[in-house]
Design a protein around this ligand. Structure first.
Ligand code: ADP
Ligand code: MG
Length: 261
């Protein structure tokens, strides 16, 4: 038996009231399937609700990915682990997302072009898919944002707002050195999240080089202490992935040089 016009009208109203427009479509479509296959009432209800929940998860994840400010969309699946075999197991251990629940951090270290930003984005997108809000920016951009907030007298408000994000990604620590004020603001960001919420940091410098970046060994040591207390440190190695298929001798400038010789 098909539904009466009254039931359809009522369903339209109820789906709108629940802000679940897909329930209406799923209810009608799945009712036919349920009748054809003799589903129980509970089975039918579960199927309808499942459609709505999975649609919400997907659109929620898309909104979180769009709001995160990623410079590009790179996923963990796009990563070629043969180029970085040493970290394959470490990444596999991070896919459950337990590190976010435990407010652990991830630090990606290595030379340029080895995939630090790629993995930071990939881990960020995965967090979005797992239901977490994420914000991505470079270290320089974070410092600008905090400096603006500080000047406007709303640094505490800003840090509280950021604390509501389970994951903040700070790309390119060490690319440029910080002024003392900037280093202090950065320290406050790290401290405000310590044991509460996760950070991913990437850097082309080993920790021993961070003192130079922050202009002060003591500030750098205190910060590194808080970051790595609960953290996975992934060290990427080797040559730039961008140049992997280029025999350095085949680069046009070097070829031209050889001909000239
Ligand atoms: P880094 O941040 O370490 O300088 P990126 O993450 O920006 O390096 O990587 C440079 C480029 O090479 C990006 O386009 C990235 O997607 C790609 N890349 C680097 N390593 C890999 C890899 N192992 N597998 C796939 N792509 C990679
Ligand atoms: Mg990078």
């Amino acid at each position: 038996m098909n539904s009466t016009p009254e039931t359809t009208k009522q369903l339209t109203y109820l789906a709108a009231a629940l802000k679940a427009p897909r329930v209406l479509e799923a209810a009608t479509r799945l009712a036919t399937q349920a009748r054809d296959n003799n589903w129980g009432y509970e089975e039918y209800l579960a199927a309808v609700l499942e459609r709505e929940v999975s649609a919400r998860d997907t659109s929620g994840a898309q909104i979180r990915v769009r709001s995160a400010g990623f410079p590009s969309r790179k996923t963990l699946d796009d990563f070629d682990y043969d180029a970085q075999p040493a970290i394959r197991n470490q990444i596999a251990g991070l896919t459950s997302g337990a590190w976010l629940a435990e407010a652990r951090n991830i630090v990606l270290l290595g030379p340029p072009g080895t995939g630090k930003t790629h993995l930071a984005i990939g881990l960020g997108i995965q967090a979005c898919r797992q239901g977490h809000r994420v914000l991505f920016a470079t270290a320089v951009d974070w410092v600008t944002r905090l400096t603006d907030a500080h000047r406007a007298g709303r640094l505490p408000t800003e840090l509280t707002k950021l604390a509501r994000y389970p994951l903040i990604i700070i790309d390119e620590v060490g690319y440029l050195p910080f002024e003392q004020d900037a280093a202090n603001l950065f320290f406050q960001l790290v401290s405000s999240r310590y044991e509460h919420a996760s950070l991913i940091l990437t850097s082309n410098l080993p920790f021993s080089g961070w003192g130079q970046v922050f202009g002060d060994q003591t500030v750098a040591a205190a910060m590194i202490d808080r970051i790595v207390h609960h953290a996975d440190v992934l060290t990427l190695k080797g040559a730039s992935y961008r140049l992997r298929n280029h025999d350095i001798n085949q680069l046009p400038s070097i070829k031209a040089q050889k001909v000239a010789d």
